[in-house]
Design a protein around this ligand. Structure first.
Ligand SMILES: Cc1cc2nc3c(=O)[nH]c(=O)nc-3n(C[C@H](O)[C@H](O)[C@H](O)COP(=O)(O)O)c2cc1C
Length: 179
């Protein structure tokens, strides 16, 4: 069984990367685990042309296909996203927009193989959990339209730098138990 853990922040050594490292470390004994950063992939914005509604394919060809291959290869997918202006980072949102060929609201659409489980993890610097819930909602909405089962989530507040993650280690490990 394979797990994919995605740093949905463009920062490769920040708090999000620290959380990705803890999760990948925990899953490593149970899954063949791969961690990636959204910034490893270069892709253009969705054009909104809706060609994919008729063809199930994007008119653009870039690294979106590579990241979707990682989704296809994984049984468990964990998206870890920091709040940027009270929402997921733009790079991650741009990726989700480009995944429209796989969205189950139109026929034909591209399909991932079934029985995948997805986990949503959000973090932010401010103290209010409601903002994390908004990010989790965005990630779970994305999973839903790919028919990835939403199997668990975690929001963390008061996290700005990687040093702040230690206070949340037990919560992160408890989520890993469910994976
Ligand atoms: C552009 C930007 C916007 C941010 N907006 C918010 C915000 O709206 N609310 C919040 O609580 N934290 C906000 N933050 C703080 C991040 O959520 C927090 O520092 C997080 O730990 C960043 O993780 P990273 O360094 O791995 O990207 C923002 C950070 C950046 C860089």
């Amino acid at each position: 069984m394979k797990a994919l853990v995605i740093n949905c922040s463009p920062v490769r050594n920040g708090a999000t990367a620290e959380i990705v490292g803890i999760i990948a470390g925990e899953l490593g004994s149970r899954y063949e685990t791969k961690s990636v950063c959204i910034d490893d992939y270069k892709f253009s914005f969705c054009l909104g042309c809706r060609s994919c509604h008729k063809t199930a394919k994007c008119v653009q060809h870039d690294d979106v296909d590579l990241l979707m291959e990682e989704f296809e290869n994984a049984d468990v997918i964990v998206c870890v996203a920091p709040s940027y202006w009270a929402d997921i980072p733009g790079q991650f949102k741009a990726f989700i927009d480009r995944v429209t060929p796989w969205c189950n609201t139109h026929e034909p659409h591209a399909k991932l193989s079934s029985s995948k489980r997805g986990f949503a993890v959000a973090l932010r610097t401010g103290p209010n959990m409601k903002e994390c819930e908004r990010l989790i909602g965005s990630i779970e909405h994305f999973y839903g339209h790919l028919e990835i089962e939403c199997a668990g989530n975690l929001g963390m507040v008061s996290v700005e730098y990687k040093e702040d993650v230690a206070a949340h280690r037990e919560e992160i490990l408890a989520l890993c138990e469910k994976m």
